[in-house]
Design a protein around this ligand. Structure first.
Ligand code: MN
Length: 424
């Protein structure tokens, strides 16, 4: 009777600028590997996004290698595919390096020349076939032309893509793959990419997303859900929860309060709050009077931290000052909406609509395949600075304020604001 573990989306190295969360993340992985060893699984499948970047920090790599080495020394093999985060088109990814070191086996045996996907056989007799995930669902083309040697006997298909029939509502519709894309004839479909546990069936086989072992973004942590992986015994998946810390989620609406009232209320809340190793504090809504800058958030955070017993993450992205005048525009295209808003709302003195629109285009730029978050932020930042430099002779109130803000708070401000989607 075969027994294997199925994990995905470990994202080791995520929360690069938040060491406490980065540590919980790798702890969750370590715990999962220890459970796999204790339960004596035959092998382990990691369905993509083992690492958060194609080339993660070396201290994370070192820890991950040690953890996986122990598993290997118990005679347990790890099989993996690339995820959208650890795939690197331009050069080798760490996954390739670790495969060369025989720490695990990449099961994507794909021959580009004839779109042929072959299978890897584990010593238990189970065949494992895999296909990687790519950024922006570039793997879709592979599925469309795929030619697979469906294995005789028991087989597992490993993939890293969102399946339309299992898609949670907050994942965008575009680029999901229909379940019919998954090749027929497998006993188990080991999925990755969706960061929450989901289970379905295709013919006789289970289609499973174990979800993230911890999570890779604040959005992940904000979701109240289980975190863990599956152990599949005799083809029946059983969920194994992983708990490494208590997360307290506090949402506070400022609607109807002035900025000074909000400060007092949050201080009271902080004094009452006694729970959570990690506190996600979300302050949202529209102030009755005053501006978000009037609120002393650093003092509030210190109080919530309870002298270091908790780590606090503040999200005040949807906190607004008293509305000036809401602009109403109705256009079909995104570009047209932006253009109309700029026309109607206007820009600060000395800033032309053309400049504002150019800057907006830069700030909206997508992350490139294989680009790390830090490289991405730096590139966008540099492109924006270049544009700002170009019009330096003009009065530069808004851009200078921005520079000042960045100097004092560092790029962390940007990361805190990163609430976009599962896989950013
Ligand atoms: Mn992922």
């Amino acid at each position: 009777m075969v027994k294997f573990a199925h994990l995905a989306d470990c994202h080791l190295g995520a929360f690069g600028r938040k060491p406490v969360l980065r540590e919980y993340n790798i702890k969750a992985f370590e715990k999962a590997m220890n459970i796999c060893t204790a339960k004596k699984v035959d092998f382990i499948i990691i369905a993509g996004d083992l690492f958060h970047n194609p080339l993660p920090d070396m201290d994370i790599v070192n820890r991950a290698v040690k953890i996986m080495m122990e598993v290997k020394n118990q005679g347990i093999f790890i099989y993996s595919v690339y995820g959208s985060h650890d795939y690197n088109l331009a050069s080798a990814s760490l996954i390739d390096v670790l495969e060369s070191a025989e720490l695990f086996k990449n099961v994507v045996k794909y021959l580009e020349s004839d779109n042929r996907l072959t299978t890897v056989k584990d010593s238990s007799g189970v065949s494992i076939t895999g296909l990687s995930g790519r950024k922006n669902r570039l793997e879709k083309g592979y599925y469309e032309q795929l030619d697979i040697d469906v294995p005789d006997g028991r087989g597992i298909f490993v993939f890293h893509s969102p399946i339309a029939e299992m898609k949670p509502t907050d994942i965008p519709e575009k680029n999901v793959l229909p379940m019919s894309f998954l090749p027929d004839g497998y006993d188990y479909y080991a999925g990755g990419h969706i960061h929450r546990p989901l289970i379905n069936k295709k013919d006789g086989g289970f289609v499973v997303y174990p979800g993230a072992t911890f999570g890779s973004s604040y959005t992940d942590l904000e979701r109240e859900q289980q975190r863990g992986f599956y152990i599949v015994e005799d083809w029946q998946p059983e969920y194994v929860p992983l708990e490494v810390c208590d997360i307290a989620r506090i949402a506070f609406s400022v609607d109807g309060y002035t900025s000074s009232e909000v400060e007092d209320l949050l201080i009271d809340k902080a004094e009452e709050c006694r729970e959570g190793d990690v506190i996600l504090l979300k302050v949202h809504g529209e102030l009755l009077e005053g501006s978000p800058e009037d609120i002393d958030f650093s003092r509030i955070i210190k109080l919530f931290e309870r002298e270091g017993d908790a780590t606090v993450f503040l999200n005040k992205n949807s906190l607004e000052r008293v509305t000036v005048d809401k602009v109403k525009v109705q256009e079909d295209k995104e570009d047209e909406v932006e253009k109309r808003v700029l026309e109607e709302y206007g820009t600060p003195e000395g800033i032309s609509n053309e400049f504002a629109s150019e800057l907006l285009q830069i700030l909206k730029g997508d992350k490139k395949e294989g680009e790390t978050s830090i490289d991405y932020e730096n590139r966008i930042w540099n492109e924006a600075c270049t544009l700002i430099e170009e019009i330096k002779e003009l009065p530069q109130k808004s851009s200078r304020e921005k520079e000042k803000k960045r100097d004092t708070n560092g790029p962390q401000q940007i990361t805190l604001g990163d609430y976009t989607g599962v896989d950013k």
